[in-house]
Ligand binder design. Structure first.
Ligand SMILES: [Zn+2]
Length: 424
């Protein structure tokens, strides 16, 4: 009834809704929608049975979270068959060598995919996936493609073993103890240096605008940059040789690099890519040790006292700032005039103990600015809406997080309301 009414009002209503008087027919219909979902021009992950009489709906009522007159049925993730052409080895920032399956392109949940991570040798061995095999791929959680199983082995195929050398530098790989991961141990490995520079320049690290993956790759290729310190020696003339770069764009790049020298120490610490150090832990580290000297001379026992720092992370920091190549890197960065201190902001307590979720585009602040503002006032920002969320800060084009918050009855506030909370 409501669908018919909405149609009359001019809303777009999907075809294919039906009403049935017995449940067998409804189940049959769900199965047939499931079988035909590949032919639909949109993606669905399930179907819903609803009681269509409004009076009955009232009688059935609702719990605090969901109505009792509707039931959702989820279809299992869509699976497709394809041929494995290649297993590529990716070199990560910390040298981890990760096998990636490269297969004939297929369409899954609306997008074309041709690659899926195979994680490590253990997974490859468990699947017994071999080059040329016909494999079954699906999207886990409708997002990340994964190889589910092998359908048939290729003729004369052999079990696959990850080569024990780094594809970028040829160094013999090492296996971490207690970890399935293998690594390239070479600190001069060009693939690792490249990934490190990309990470260093990224938005959450030194936030150097205009220095994306492709530009970094070019700078490395041309031999201008080998380590992150070399970025600060880059000249206008160097930048002008990049394809498509004119005086203005080259100038913008150089000044973006120059501006990054003023960043707070926590960004630099995060940008250095110390194993286990994320944005939040970098900040906590700087709150206790507000200069680079203090970070570098901190004892393990002092580091481990920081909230949420365990022995492993404390060890990682302690060792990282004692590695000769990193000491040399920090020395050069200091020489180029990078800020090596953290000016601890007087943090307010107005939002202490409150958890916020950010969604959508805010009118005046960027998401990062809003996050900093909340954290500087004692609040916490978390990634997803749950019963522990106190407020959802929503801007324009807010998505599923807003809908979830509405369903769960969580307070939704605007940027203006957040600012009011801080003033009062
Ligand atoms: Zn290597």
């Amino acid at each position: 009834q409501s669908l018919e009414f909405m149609k009359e009002l001019g809303f777009k209503v999907i075809d294919g809704y039906r009403s049935y008087t017995d449940i067998e027919k409804a189940v049959e219909r769900i199965n047939s929608i499931g079988e035909g979902r590949g032919e639909l021009s949109y993606d669905i992950d399930g179907a819903v049975i609803k009681v269509d009489d409004f009076k009955d709906r009232e009688v059935l009522g609702a719990t605090a979270k969901v109505p009792k007159w509707a039931v959702a049925f989820k279809y299992p993730p869509e699976e497709k068959e394809t041929v494995l052409n290649e297993i590529e080895i990716n070199v990560g920032r910390t040298g981890a060598l990760t096998p990636v399956a490269v297969f004939d392109p297929i369409t899954l949940a609306g997008t074309t995919v041709s690659r899926a991570t195979l994680h490590n040798q253990d997974i490859i061995s468990d699947l017994d996936v071999r080059l040329g095999d016909t494999i079954i791929v699906r999207k886990a959680g409708e997002i990340i493609p994964e190889v589910v199983r092998v359908k048939t082995h290729a003729e004369k195929s052999q079990p696959y073993h990850i080569p024990m050398t780094c594809p970028a530098c040829g160094t013999a790989a090492v296996k971490d103890e207690d970890e399935a991961v293998i690594r390239c141990p070479n600190i001069d490995c060009p693939a690792q240096l490249l990934r490190n520079i990309i990470h260093f320049a990224s938005r959450n690290a030194m936030n150097i605008e205009g220095l994306g993956d492709a530009i970094v790759e070019l700078l490395v290729e041309k031999g201008y940059v080998r380590t992150v310190a070399d970025l600060y020696a880059l000249t206008m003339a160097d930048a002008m040789t990049l394809p498509g770069f004119k005086e203005k764009s080259a100038g913008n790049l150089i000044s973006a690099i120059e501006n990054s020298k003023k960043n707070e120490l926590d960004r630099l610490i995060y940008a250095l890519g110390i194993k286990g150090i994320g944005q939040r832990s970098a900040k906590l580290l700087c709150q206790k040790f507000p200069t680079m000297e203090k970070v570098m001379s901190a004892e393990k026992e002092e580091i481990v006292e920081i909230e949420n720092f365990g022995d492993v992370l404390a060890d990682s920091v302690y060792n990282a700032v004692r590695e000769p190549h990193r000491i040399e890197l920090i020395r050069r960065l200091r020489e180029y005039g990078l800020n090596m201190s953290y000016t601890v902001k007087e943090t307010g307590k107005k939002l202490e103990g409150l958890k916020f979720v950010l969604t959508g585009t805010l009118p005046a602040m960027t998401r990062d600015e809003a996050k900093t503002l909340i954290e500087n006032n004692g609040g916490k920002c978390i990634g997803s809406v749950s019963s522990k969320t106190n407020y959802v800060l929503a801007g324009e084009d807010a998505g599923s997080k807003l809908i979830k918050a509405q369903q769960m009855g969580i307070a939704i506030i605007s940027e203006e309301e957040l600012l009011n909370m801080l003033e009062n």
